[in-house]
Design a protein around this ligand. Structure first.
Ligand code: FAQ
Length: 307
């Protein structure tokens, strides 16, 4: 009965709010997806943080710094939204540290040159926008509202990256080569962000039924590729996929096969930087313990004063 009226509410496009009744599996599904999304934002600061001290100008440095700060903010909204489902941030972070919770595969690749800041903004934020615009219509109210604000900031991030790529592509031959090399390295990992093919995606069935996801992994991946090919052409860079070709009948680009072995290897903890990213997160968390303790003590004293 409760389950039926829950599904009716979803089918009628009414948002589910924290105090509404929800099936346990819906709650667990959201905690998993939203916390992994939050972890991705926070771990995602590391590949870019690597370049803040080496940005080529004060302007570039200020913009990159602002972008990385936004990502911390996105992590915070998403942790807060996840906490409305009855789990604490401490537990979520513990799940990350114990490798029970994942984060996006893309952040396990190294950033080797300044052009990688361009490729991340253009492609990684570009892919994140396609995914998150769709998630603005997700059925859980706090997640949906967090996505609206996050998407506005992601648009600025995408433009920041595209500007870097465009500038480098029209610079010296060496600069253009750096931009092309970054595109070559980040293209396939970026389209892997959308997850496994629909036929290999165990979570999609429930996610679509509960309208947590509004489009499947393959639909979103196709939409990202269709948007991005023209952008590469405008700045004179070549997407490293010889099978990429406009298909008049489908009204979409056809594209080559992804290396699924690489995808699962990165997802399962064996990518180029998985160990480094997690170790860095744990160290930062431990180093910040005194700040958390001081904040808790301050809150306790304030409460004593009020009572
Ligand atoms: N990486 O059945 P599905 C950003 C896992 S934010 C790692 O298809 P689902 C901003 C999946 O978790 C980027 N793991 O699962 C930024 C599941 O494992 P589990 C993050 C992956 O949930 C930009 C298993 O494989 N965005 O970039 C990946 O229906 C620049 C089976 O997969 C989000 O998290 C992957 N790529 O679909 C920050 C968006 N793909 O949990 C800094 C929200 C799949 O059963 C710089 N999340 N897996 O153990 C989603 O939309 C979905 O969760 C998907 C996966 C699409 C990621």
């Amino acid at each position: 009965m409760l389950e039926e009226s829950f599904q009716e509410q979803i089918d009628a496009e009414r948002k589910i709010e924290p105090k509404d009744w929800m099936p346990d599996d819906y709650r667990k599904h959201l905690i998993r997806q939203m916390s992994q999304h939050a972890h991705s934002e926070v771990i995602g600061m590391q590949p870019e943080g690597n370049w803040i001290t080496r940005a080529p100008s004060l302007r570039a440095k200020m913009i990159l710094l602002a972008k990385v700060q936004d990502e911390a903010g996105h992590g915070l909204y998403l942790y807060s939204a996840t906490e409305t489902l009855g789990i604490s941030r401490e537990e979520l972070v513990q799940q990350l540290h114990e490798e029970k919770a994942k984060y996006s595969s893309i952040f396990n690749y190294p950033t080797l040159s300044w052009a990688d800041m361009g490729a991340i903004g253009w492609l990684v934020d570009g892919a994140a926008i396609v995914n998150q615009v769709s998630l603005q219509r997700t059925s859980y109210g706090p997640y949906s509202r967090a996505m609206v604000k996050i998407c506005k900031e992601e648009s600025f991030h995408q433009r920041q990256g595209y500007e870097i790529m465009a500038e480098m592509a029209k610079g010296t031959a060496e600069q253009k080569e750096m931009a092309q090399d970054a595109l070559n390295r980040f293209w396939w990992p970026s389209i892997m962000m959308f997850g496994p093919q629909d036929s290999d995606s165990p979570r999609t069935g429930n996610a679509m039924k509960w309208k947590i996801k509004r489009q499947t992994n393959d639909e979103l991946r196709q939409s990202f590729i269709d948007k991005t090919v023209g952008q590469a052409e405008v700045i004179g860079l070549t997407i490293p996929d010889p099978d990429l070709k406009w298909n008049e009948d489908r009204g979409h680009y056809d594209f080559g096969e992804m290396n699924w072995e690489e995808f699962w290897s990165v997802v399962n903890g064996n990518g180029p930087c998985n160990k480094q990213r997690l170790a860095h997160h744990k160290k930062a968390h431990d180093d910040g313990e005194w700040v958390r303790n001081a904040a808790k003590e301050y809150a306790r004293k304030q409460e004593l004063l009020l009572n």
